[in-house]
Design a binder for this molecule. Structure first.
Ligand SMILES: Nc1ncnc2c1ncn2[C@@H]1O[C@H](COP(=O)(O)OP(=O)(O)OP(=O)(O)O)[C@@H](O)[C@H]1O
Ligand SMILES: [Mg+2]
Length: 277
């Protein structure tokens, strides 16, 4: 099993869209895929799992205020909640109980939720090693999957350190603007620092996302290619809002919708990335 972490310190560059689409496409193409949502916002998981989380207040939306508060507090106190990625940071051996299947054959998922935002502090306060919870857990399921894809939040934390530590390759989606260059530089610096600190051998690849057909963006692509050579993937994901938005609304990916340019771009990205497996 190869582990690919999708990460960029800059927010909104298409990490979640790419994680969901690549995971779906690889599974549709015959690979056994485990998709891990490592963002406390839980959006990746919500696209594939429709069961309400009892800790999520919106589940009680139609109940009177008093009842809503009581249900929430009772559930909170009894910790009656679904298994999520948070459990791995309490006990990496619990991974098999956390994995859920999806409607897509060969695609399994480990969901996340807001409680994940508390885990960074929990790790910091714990004794012993802080970087290897995910790596330890994945070792237990590596024979069951061809690839594990981890969707990170843009926040630098011990969660992302755990993801990077467990990875063979980091995929960095970037958009073409000035902030994005700074985000890319910071992301690369972090990966390099962790590689040195833990003596890892991690590769990285960059993919341009939301590319518009302007002269200035074409020039930037040429200049990035000259700097990064093979580290910059050949596939360039175009800006195409409608299919992406529609797919997200329907909790699908562009690969399961009417044919579009961005679906075709993602198919190219998937075949480029399959070369790393
Ligand atoms: N190729 C594309 N064309 C147009 N819009 C896109 C494209 N890819 C992603 N988007 C849109 O950009 C927004 C950000 O995408 P996404 O949530 O995947 O980014 P992210 O990097 O995961 O964000 P965050 O850092 O907040 O986790 C979303 O509204 C998404 O629909
Ligand atoms: Mg995201």
């Amino acid at each position: 099993m190869k582990t690919i972490t999708i990460y960029n310190i800059k927010g909104g560059t298409g990490k979640t869209t790419t994680a969901k689409t690549v995971a779906t496409g690889m599974a549709m193409g015959g690979k056994r895929v485990l998709l891990i949502d490592l963002d406390p916002q839980g959006n990746t998981g919500k696209s594939f799992i429709f069961q309400p989380d009892p800790m999520d207040l919106s589940v009680y939306e139609n109940k009177p205020q008093q009842e809503k508060t009581e249900c929430f507090i009772t559930n909170y106190l009894s910790q009656k909640n679904d298994k999520t990625i948070c459990d791995i940071f309490h006990d990496p051996n619990s991974i098999k109980e956390i994995i859920r299947s999806t409607d897509i054959e060969r695609l399994d998922i480990i969901p996340s939720n807001l409680r994940l935002s508390l885990i960074d502090t929990k790790i910091r306060l714990s004794d012993g090693r802080q970087e290897n919870y995910i790596a330890k857990a994945l070792r237990l399921v590596k024979s069951q999957y061809d690839v594990c894809i981890i969707d990170c939040s843009p926040v630098k934390s011990l969660l992302t350190v755990n993801a990077i530590y467990a990875s063979d390759i980091i995929l960095i989606p970037i958009t073409i603007d000035d902030d994005s260059k700074q985000g890319l530089a910071m992301t690369l610096r972090e990966v390099k620092a962790l590689e040195e600190l833990y003596e890892l051998d991690i590769d990285f690849r960059i993919v341009i996302n939301m590319k518009q057909r302007t002269r200035i963006q074409d020039e930037t692509v040429r200049y990035l290619r000259a700097i990064f050579n093979e580290k910059l993937l050949n596939t360039v994901l175009r800006y195409q809002s409608n299919p992406i938005t529609l797919a997200a609304l329907k909790r699908k990916t562009v690969l399961n919708m009417k044919e579009s340019g961005i679906a075709s771009d993602y198919r190219c990205l998937i075949s480029e990335m399959e070369a790393f497996l």
